[in-house]
Design a protein around this ligand. Structure first.
Ligand code: PEP
Ligand code: MG
Length: 598
């Protein structure tokens, strides 16, 4: 009889295969008192175990495929950094010496201490750090016990679906190298590093299936649906054929999408579109090139500040921007100045604890940049220097009032004057744009437009602030509604403000990369979309099959819709295909079943 389990689909895709149930969570730690003479040997034993854990992580890091996204190695690096941190490399040694207990017990004690510190901080990002602490300590415990990790050991997993208590980012890479078809964990959530990695590597994955291993045994056949979060054990022949059919359709859809790469980005009624890429590291330019994006609509520079103790120097900024410009070969690069704070914290910000009681409303984005000129000025100098090497635009995050624009402009003039004195080249006409992501800025967009060269709507934050819901708080995620009439009206008025001032308006929040809602944006008058490169072709497919003249009246209907049902009805009308009748049914079915995960 088939058994169905429902969890959280964190990485899209379908898999059919035998499962391998991984059981390695039961390392039993027994405390043992040491004789005084044993202490030195025990400290050595722990040091050796940490060294072995480090070697294991390095080996995993070396096995990352060359074309894997760079965040893949960043996760392993963060575990390597933890191994070097005194909290793991030194404190357990101090405990062994002070309390004369064995290494396993000392590690466990320190694990409990670290976890309770993190638990006291009520923050979704910190919660993922608890996973990291547990994962790194369990790796050391494993090497202490002399056991061989069953994951590293296995070479017979090709095509299997791994079912585990929890998995580390390193495990995800090892599984990819073994060719596993998908994985399931009892723990974990959307934001866990393992989930992010699974998405980057394209491994179908479902997490949060509590106690699922109680019901399953290795060798059983299951189907895994990373889109819906469903795992079906002992599936019927009919269900397997259905999944196989869906897999074939997904492969066909991917092939169809790649045929769009060189097609013009124009709607059916001749409206020209700009399709831009959001990037986070220089390596992302490769993905941008693969889909032939217009250029970079948003470079989030915060990543340059992550996983390091100090801030990047002017020269480091300059090198990074120059590298991206070389790779872009003449396509424009929009560099967003540091948007640190709130959900984008550096390591040192985390170590100092939360910045404010309510960091999303605190010193973040341009507020922090203007308060910390030692961080901001080197970046501005580097951006200006890079502008001599290719087309660069500056984008300011989290604008709230016009005074901030003026302060940035004044600072830019000072930096330009200093560069002139030093005889350093830059683009004197470099464009300055502003992120519109605070409701006040959206409402006053016409005033902002007078002082800026372009606008970029950041719907991720605009939705958060308009609806007063923390964008990373799972408990209120159900309220995160991009189609809320207030949000739609704000977006429409910003687009209109840009049009009145004759300056371009781009939208670079998640909405621009969601094929289900991009026609809504088109209806509101948007023509410039910036999104993660891997979503660009799916968005392009929808947009170039649209007619703006047909969508416009529906945009107003959507804003006026009285309830969710009414909204869904209008959305369905908007997403109706423009293909001839015979094709109609097929495409609308596809639209109905699509659901975003990440
Ligand atoms: C946004 O807020 O929509 C945006 C693009 O910026 P970020 O997601 O980096 O805050
Ligand atoms: Mg934002």
């Amino acid at each position: 009889m088939s058994l169905m389990f429902s969890g959280i689909g964190v990485s899209r895709g379908l898999a059919i295969g035998e499962i391998h149930v991984l059981r390695r969570d039961g390392i039993n730690v027994e405390a043992r008192e040491l004789e005084k003479s044993e202490v030195t040997d025990e400290v050595r034993r722990l040091r050796r175990a940490i060294k072995a854990a480090r070697a294991q992580l390095h080996a995993t890091r070396d096995s990352i495929p060359k074309d894997a996204p760079s965040d893949v190695s960043a996760f392993i690096d963060s575990h390597l950094l933890m191994l070097d941190d005194n909290a793991l490399a030194q404190t357990p040694i101090d405990i062994i010496k002070a309390e004369r207990i064995n290494a396993e017990a000392a590690l466990k004690q320190q694990q409990q201490a670290l976890v309770s510190v993190f638990e006291a901080m009520d923050d979704a990002y910190i919660a993922t750090r608890i996973d990291d602490v547990n994962q790194v300590i369990s790796l050391i415990q494993q090497t202490l016990s002399g056991g061989v990790d069953p994951l590293v050991d296995s070479d017979t997993w090709k095509g299997r679906i791994v079912v585990a208590d929890d998995l580390t980012p390193a495990d995800t890479i090892i599984m990819q190298n073994h060719g596993v078809a998908g994985f399931v964990t009892e723990q974990g959530g959307q934001l866990s590093h393992t989930a992010i990695l699974a998405r980057s590597l394209g491994i179908p994955a479902v997490v949060g299936l509590h106690k699922v291993r109680t019901y399953l045994k290795s060798g059983e056949v299951v189907t895994l649906n990373g889109n819906s979060g469903l795992l079906i054990a002992d599936p019927t022949e009919e269900h397997i054929s259905q999944i196989k059919l869906q897999q074939r359709e997904a492969r066909k859809a991917a092939r169809e999408l790649s045929s769009l790469i060189d097609q013009a980005s124009v709607t059916q009624d001749g409206v020209e579109l700009g399709l831009w890429a959001n990037i986070e590291v220089d390596d992302d330019v490769k993905a941008l090139k693969r889909v032939n994006a217009n250029g970079v609509g948003l470079f989030r520079t915060e990543f340059m500040f992550m996983n390091r103790e100090d801030a990047p120097t002017e020269q480091e900024h300059f090198k990074e921007y120059s590298k991206i410009l070389r790779a872009l070969k003449g396509a424009p690069l929009t560099i967003r100045t540091i948007d640190l704070g709130s959900d984008k914290m550096t390591q040192s910000m985390h170590e100092e604890g939360p910045l404010a009681h309510n960091p999303a409303m605190g010193l973040r984005g341009i507020r922090l940049a203007l308060a910390e000129l030692a961080l901001f000025v080197p970046q501005l100098r580097a951006i200006l220097r890079a502008s001599a090497k290719g087309p660069v635009r500056i984008l300011i995050p989290m604008l709230t009032n016009r005074a901030e624009i003026r302060q940035v402009r004044a600072l830019l003039e000072e930096v330009k004057a200093a560069l002139d004195e030093e005889g350093i080249a830059y683009d004197p006409d470099i464009q300055l744009g502003g992120m519109i992501e605070v409701p006040a800025a959206a409402i006053a967009a016409s005033a902002f437009a007078e002082e800026l060269d372009f606008l970029s709507i950041g719907t991720n934050d605009l939705i958060q602030y308009t609806l007063a819901i923390d964008r990373i708080d799972d408990q209120v995620h159900y309220l995160y509604d991009p189609l809320h009439p207030a949000v739609l009206q704000l977006i429409r008025s910003v687009i209109q403000a840009g049009r009145d001032a004759d300056i371009p308006v781009t939208l670079c929040g998640e909405m621009a990369g969601d094929p289900d809602v991009v026609r809504v944006l088109l209806a509101l008058g948007l023509t410039e979309f910036s999104m993660p490169p891997k979503l660009l072709l799916a968005v392009k497919q929808v947009l170039i099959q649209s007619k703006v003249s047909r969508l416009k009246p529906l945009g107003q209907k959507l804003i006026n819709a009285a309830d969710v049902e009414g909204q869904q009805h209008v959305l369905k009308l908007m997403n109706k295909t423009l293909e001839p009748k015979a094709e109609k049914k097929k495409t609308s079915a596809k639209t109905r079943t699509r659901k975003t995960n990440a």
